[in-house]
Design a binder for this molecule. Structure first.
Ligand SMILES: [Zn+2]
Length: 383
C-alpha cells in the first residue's frame, strides 16, 4: 500500500507532530468486537447478492487502486446526512466503512467510487492515528492539528479520484456532498465554483476555514482539478498524455490557495512562538557565564534588532534571573508544541548562537541540552 504514499498532499505529514506511522504499523492491536457487533445489529452489511450495484462499485475501487479489500462495508439508515465514515483502529484490525443510505441515494455509482476510495485512503494513510484537536487546549496546537486534518482530506480526495478515475465524477461527488442536491436540481459547471472560490479568496480570510476539520468543498474541487493535471496521476493509469505539472508543483499552488482562504493567523502565531523561544533561549546562552558584557549586548542587539531591547532592559531589574527563567519556561513549553520542522530549525539557530558567543563551551552545551529537553528533543547536542 506504500505505493500510494506518493499521492499524499505534502502538508499531510504526521511526523511533524512526532507520530511515526511505521511504529504503529508494527504493533498488533486488539480488535474491538463491540463496535462490530453494534454495526451488525443496526446496519446492513454490503452483500453482493442483496446490493449488487454497491458491491460492484466497491470491487471497481479496489481493482483500480490495486489493493486488497480487507474492509467490512455497512449501510446505515440515515435519510438526512449523505456521508461516509471509516471507523478504524491500527492497520492490524479489520476496518469498517459505513455509508449512509442517503449517500447511496444521492450519488451515482461512479461518484460513490470516489467516496469509497476517499474512505479507504483514510485507512491506508492511517489518519485515525493523527492527534485529535478536541483533546488539546493549546490554541496554536489546535490550529496546527486542524491544518493537518484538512491536509489529510486533500490526500484522501486524491485516492478517491484514482478510485473513480474521472474528474467530473469526483467533482460532482464533492458538489453533491456539499450542497446535498441531487442531479435533477443542478447543471454542473465547475467554472462557476471556481468563481465562488475566487470570491472567497477576495474576502481575504475565512476564520471558518481556519477552525474547520475539512477544507471547503471549493478548495477540494480546485485541488482535484490540479491533481488531474499531474504527471503522477497520468502515470498511475499509464495514460499516453503526460501531465503538465509535478505533484510537488501542485502542492505548492495548493499551499498558496489555502493560505489565501485561511489567512495567515496560524503562520503568524507559529512564528511568534518560535521567535519568543529563540530570543529567550539565546539570552540564556549569552548568560552562560553569568555575564552580559557591553560587546555581547551589542551583538545581541544586532542579532535580534528591536526585539532585543525588551530582553536587555529586563536584565536591569533586581529579580532578572527569576523572570528570565520564567520566560524561558513559558516560551519553550509553547515551542514544544510547534511542528517538528520548526523545532529543528530553532535548535539549529540556538546552536549557531552557542557557537558564535564567547564563554565556556560546556556550560553553553548544558544550557542547550536543557532547552532541547523542554522541546522534547532527545538527542545529544553539539556545535
Ligand atoms: Zn474524509
Amino acid at each position: 500500500m506504500d505505493f500510494l504514499d506518493k499521492f499524499k498532499y505534502h502538508k499531510d505529514d504526521p511526523s511533524e507532530f512526532g507520530i511515526d506511522l511505521k511504529e504503529f504499523k508494527k504493533k498488533t492491536s486488539e480488535l474491538d468486537n463491540s463496535h462490530l457487533s453494534n454495526l451488525l445489529t443496526n446496519s446492513v452489511r454490503v452483500d453482493r447478492e442483496i446490493l449488487p450495484k454497491v458491491g460492484k462499485a466497491i470491487d471497481v475501487v479496489f481493482k483500480r487502486i490495486k489493493i486488497e479489500n480487507v474492509f467490512n462495508f455497512f449501510i446505515t439508515p440515515d435519510n438526512n446526512q449523505a456521508n461516509a465514515s471509516c471507523s478504524l483502529m491500527s492497520s492490524a484490525s479489520r476496518p469498517d466503512i459505513i455509508l449512509t443510505s442517503r449517500l447511496i441515494e444521492l450519488l451515482s455509482l461512479e461518484e460513490l467510487q470516489f467516496v469509497i476510495g476517499h474512505e479507504v485512503a483514510h485507512y491506508i494513510y492511517q489518519h485515525a492515528l493523527y492527534p485529535n484537536f478536541n483533546n488539546v487546549d493549546d490554541r496554536n496546537l489546535k490550529l496546527n492539528i486542524l491544518n493537518l486534518s484538512r491536509a489529510a482530506e486533500i490526500s484522501a480526495d486524491r485516492i478517491g479520484f484514482l478510485s473513480c478515475a474521472n474528474l467530473e465524477d469526483s467533482l460532482r461527488a464533492n458538489f453533491k456532498l456539499a450542497s446535498g442536491l441531487s442531479d435533477k436540481y443542478f447543471n454542473f459547471k465547475p467554472s462557476t465554483y471556481l468563481d465562488q472560490l475566487r470570491d472567497l479568496e477576495d474576502l481575504g480570510k475565512s476564520s471558518h476555514e481556519l477552525w474547520s476539520t475539512h477544507p471547503s468543498f471549493l478548495i477540494r474541487m480546485q485541488s482535484l482539478i490540479w491533481f488531474s493535471m499531474t504527471k503522477e496521476y497520468h502515470e498511475f493509469f499509464d495514460k499516453k498524455v503526460k501531465g503538465t505539472y509535478d505533484l510537488k508543483e501542485i502542492d505548492k499552488k495548493l499551499d498558496l490557495k489555502i493560505k489565501k482562504i485561511t489567512g495567515d493567523e496560524l503562520e503568524k502565531s507559529n512564528t511568534d512562538i518560535y521567535e519568543r523561544a529563540l530570543i529567550w533561549g539565546s539570552l540564556n546562552i549569552y548568560l552562560s557565564d553569568k555575564k552580559f558584557t557591553k560587546i555581547e549586548q551589542e551583538e545581541f542587539a544586532k542579532r535580534f534588532g528591536e526585539k532585543s531591547k525588551k530582553a536587555i532592559s529586563l536584565l536591569k531589574v533586581s529579580n532578572a534571573r527569576d523572570i528570565l527563567d520564567q520566560k524561558i519556561d513559558e516560551s519553550f513549553n509553547d515551542a514544544a508544541k510547534l511542528l517538528k520542522t520548526d523545532k529543528n530549525k530553532l535548535v539549529e539557530e540556538l546552536k549557531l548562537v552557542g557557537k558564535e558567543t564567547g564563554g565556556d563551551k560546556m556550560k553553553k552545551l548544558k544550557i542547550l541540552g536543557k532547552l532541547l529537553n523542554i522541546l522534547g528533543i532527545k538527542k545529544p547536542v553539539n556545535f
